[in-house]
Design a protein. Structure first.
Length: 255
């Protein structure tokens, strides 16, 4: 658990940048989760809330929400932007108590930071009967192929890839992606669904580099190398870039 937790804690050093440059989540996402539940959702637990990008979308619906994260700096940033009615708990997923149980447990681009051992048993224990689990996220990619290739070439001496690989090795061409693959194989959950919510954005080249500065692949580089690669990428970017940030949503119901 130590290695995963250490990587998850790397974001605290850039909490303000994470809040500034990471995209938020649309209300359409919340609509899908609540429609899937098909029953009143009054309480929710968020795993790895970060600065609260997803927290505020669900809090806006009046849920009694507990947002958790292992990083104190990320939670401090979250409190600046979410309603005071949201309860915050500083803890890794593996450290969270299994009571009380919730109507909904969800993770926004954070589930891959949890340890696979007992992951689903813990989620199941946190849910009330017929409770719902939701996991969602997706990489942010440049829409222009030529610009993407220029960025890839600029990054190559430092990083072959800057995306997080599938935790269970599921190939990108598979219809069902992780964590749906694990949920389908679990006897604790049923009615597993996968859907895609389109998300597009147009931002400045500087802001795109700001976004990259909050990604773990860059955060793990020594500071001089990180500054150099981000500078090289900025040099090949146009003034504004169009981003494709489609969100993959996985839903499952406790058996």
């Amino acid at each position: 658990m130590a290695a995963v937790t250490e990587r998850a804690l790397s974001f605290g050093s850039v909490a303000a940048a994470y809040e500034k440059f990471r995209l938020g989540y649309p209300q359409k996402l919340v609509d899908e989760v609540l429609a899937y539940a098909d029953r009143p959702v009054r309480t929710a637990l968020e795993i790895g809330a970060g600065t609260g990008k997803a927290t505020r979308a669900f809090a806006a619906r009046g849920l009694s929400l507990t947002a958790t994260d292992p990083d104190a700096a990320m939670l401090a940033e979250l409190r600046r932007h979410v309603p005071g009615t949201v309860t915050t708990v500083r803890a890794a997923f593996e450290e969270l108590p299994l009571t009380p149980a919730y109507d909904l447990v969800f993770a926004a681009a954070s589930l891959h930071w949890t340890e696979p051992d007992q992951r689903w048993a813990r989620v199941a224990a946190m849910l009330r009967p017929e409770g719902v689990f939701a996991s969602f996220g997706g990489p942010l990619r440049l829409a222009d192929g030529d610009v993407e290739e220029a960025v890839r070439a600029a990054r190559a001496p430092f990083l072959v890839d800057d995306e997080v690989p599938s935790p269970d090795g599921t190939p990108a061409e598979n219809v069902m992606q992780w964590p749906g693959t694990e949920l389908v194989g679990s006897d604790l959950f049923t009615d597993v669904r996968q859907s895609t919510i389109e998300r597009r954005a147009s931002i400045s080249g500087h802001d795109y580099v700001g976004h990259l500065s909050t990604i773990s692949a860059y955060l793990e580089l020594p500071e001089p190398a990180r500054e150099q690669v981000l500078g090289r990428i900025l040099d090949v970017l146009p003034e504004r870039v169009t981003l494709v940030g489609d969100i993959t949503l996985h839903l499952a119901r406790l058996r």
